[in-house]
Design a binder for this molecule. Structure first.
Ligand code: 5GP
Length: 205
């Protein structure tokens, strides 16, 4: 039947199928980063892309959260075609290097909605997942707790609302991060469903 899973999930790379691209997007403060880290921990053979940014490193932020570069270095890379997509967000540039996953791995991108749009234009088969906070209050609190200043916080919240509207049309899945463990499981299920070729909304399997 239509919902029959493949007997063996096909592996990405070399002689297998091309790598799947999962784009995890959504406004700041919804917990994308935490969810993605847990996803990569739980599911094997996922390769998390590391973006470049011109944003200064936040206090306490790991040095490898991004490749932190100055605007000249960033633009030189963009001009030489080094990015799959790049976008300006709150005055800083963010870009995804051309993905180079090891054989057998699928790709995870954690990027903003403008980036998701560009990835879909280049790779229409990419799977966009929109992550949302359970409420604006929770989202604001998360932004505040990571040391965002009040003006930047207000800006991020209002940009977030526009992002959600734009993302509704792009996303194949929407995950509400109401409970971290539940949301992680949902994301794991989405990734696994594409690996087996079984749509996760397949009810008669
Ligand atoms: P932050 O400054 O909070 O780390 O990131 C701001 C926004 O930029 C977030 O929505 C984050 O997902 C997004 N972002 C991070 N890396 C990239 C990237 O390579 N490209 C795009 N378009 N957005 C990114």
């Amino acid at each position: 039947t239509r919902c029959q899973p493949a007997r063996e999930p096909a592996q990405a790379g070399q002689r297998g199928r091309p790598p799947l691209i999962f784009v995890i997007s959504g406004p700041g403060g919804v917990g994308k980063g935490t969810l993605v880290a847990r996803l990569v921990d739980r599911v094997g053979q996922l390769w998390l892309s590391r973006s470049w940014t011109t944003r200064p490193r936040r206090p306490g932020e790991p040095a490898d959260a991004y490749v932190f570069v100055d605007p000249e270095t960033f633009m030189a890379e963009a001009d030489s075609g080094g990015f799959l997509e790049w976008a300006k967000f709150l005055g800083n540039m963010y870009g995804t290097p051309m993905p180079a996953p090891p054989p057998g791995h699928d790709v995870i991108l954690e990027i903003d909605v403008q980036g998701a749009e560009q990835v879909l234009a280049a790779r229409p088969d990419a799977v966009v997942v929109l992550v949302l906070a359970p409420s604006p209050e929770v989202q604001e609190e998360r932004l505040r707790s990571r040391g965002e200043t009040e003006p930047a916080l207000a800006q991020r919240v209002s940009i977030g609302e526009a992002e959600v509207r734009a993302a509704q049309g792009l996303a194949r899945h929407v995950v509400i991060n109401d409970d971290l463990e539940r949301a992680t499981q949902e994301l794991v299920g989405i990734v696994e469903s594409y690996r087996t070729g079984l749509p996760s909304n397949c009810s008669d399997a």
